[in-house]
Write a protein that binds this ligand. Structure first.
Ligand SMILES: [Zn+2]
Length: 218
């Protein structure tokens, strides 16, 4: 059984847990939700009317097929003021805690703020940094602060630091993803990760299924 922990695409296969991520708007309806999904308010798509989207998210995220909250977080490349991003992110932190679902975090150029928020919130639920591809010092700091990681396309590049990270990261602290890459299959990411960790794909599948179970209670 493979797990794509963060994908923007629908894919159905008997041996795949496809966690599809959706940005919730005021118009999103429960009928439109994929069988397994994670829901959030992404800083890129937030407008002045985000409150309506927020109320909808609060409601929809209680459904059993919603296994995580997010992606949500902080992004310094986005127009929305960081103070407002923080308020909306904190609401989702609280939502994840109250529903006991993990938080899928999108973070661009705001890792120190992210760590400060985690220290302040002292969450019981895991926070998973998705699509991590930053440098070693940031990675080490996040690992020390108890973050989880979801690795994707970046591990395919030989030069990438994350290729080293995935070779040594503790088993229980990561999952794999394809994110928005339609041309990429999760099988490719599993093969590369297994090669870097010097284990078989089958062993990796078993390990990640266990991690997924611990994170989501599924
Ligand atoms: Zn994404």
């Amino acid at each position: 059984m493979l797990i794509d922990f963060h994908t923007h695409h629908h894919r159905s296969s008997l041996n795949l847990i496809n966690v599809q991520v959706l940005h919730v708007s005021a118009e999103t309806r429960s009928q439109a939700l994929p069988n397994i999904c994670s829901l959030g308010l992404h800083p890129w798509f937030m407008e002045s009317s985000w409150q309506d989207a927020w109320h909808n998210l609060e409601e929809l995220s209680q459904l059993p097929q919603v296994i995580a909250i997010g992606e949500c977080g902080l992004d310094r490349n986005c127009k929305l003021p960081i103070a407002l991003q923080t308020i909306i992110f904190q609401k989702q932190i609280q939502l994840a805690e109250s529903l006991q679902k993990p938080l899928v975090v999108h973070c661009v150029k705001a890792f120190s703020e992210l760590i400060a928020l985690k220290k302040q919130a002292k969450p019981m639920m895991p926070w998973v940094i998705h699509g991590f591809h930053k440098k070693a010092s940031v990675y080490q700091l996040l690992l020390e602060h108890g973050f989880y990681f979801s690795f994707g396309a970046a591990i395919l590049q030989d030069q990438a630091f994350v290729a080293d990270a995935i070779a040594t990261i503790p088993t229980s602290r990561f999952l794999l993803e394809t994110d928005d890459r339609q041309d990429l299959q999760i099988e490719q990411i599993y093969e590369r990760a297994a090669q870097l960790r010097q284990i078989s794909v089958n062993s990796l599948e078993i390990e990640l299924l266990e991690t997924y179970g611990k994170l989501t209670g599924n």
